[in-house]
Design a protein around this ligand. Structure first.
Ligand SMILES: [Zn+2]
Length: 146
């Protein structure tokens, strides 16, 4: 459920997205709000500026949260973002320990505005293979020590 306080923070994320456009970057903005609603960090999309396909604001903030927040604080921190996170960012958000995501435009609504946003190809995966060789370093790393 999205509250009026959530909407205020979403509006700020949308303002970050609008500012990104003013800077010549893609129109995506996000922020992290701590347990009391204080804004902890903001980011916008810098994919073109940085020539970095991972420079989505949601992933930048997930990395920041994993690095800067203790797990308890991260779990009570919310990511507000102008558009629904993509699959790449969702993976980082899940690993970051963040507790909640609130977004404005859904992926479907974004694709209606920019069809290229939904045109990511599915890359074929082949595997598993070479089980015994591949498991050796993993098993050695995770082998319990006494
Ligand atoms: Zn993303």
């Amino acid at each position: 459920m999205i509250t009026p306080a959530d909407e205020a923070l979403l509006r700020r994320a949308i303002a970050v997205a609008a500012h990104a456009v003013a800077l010549g970057d893609a129109p995506y903005g996000s922020l992290l709000a701590g347990p009391d609603g204080t804004v902890l960090a903001e980011a916008h999309n810098t994919v073109r500026r940085d020539d970095d396909i991972t420079a989505h604001p949601e992933l930048k903030l997930a990395r920041w949260a994993a690095r800067e927040l203790d797990p308890e604080t991260a779990a009570r921190t919310t990511l507000y973002t102008s558009c629904q996170p993509c699959g790449m960012c969702d993976g980082g958000i899940a690993r970051s320990g963040l507790g909640r995501v609130v977004y404005a435009l859904s992926t479907e609504q974004l694709v209606a505005l920019n069809p290229a946003s939904g045109a990511w190809p599915t890359v074929p995966h082949d595997g598993p293979a070479l089980h015994d060789e591949a498991r050796a370093p993993v098993a050695a790393y995770y082998r319990p020590t006494r």
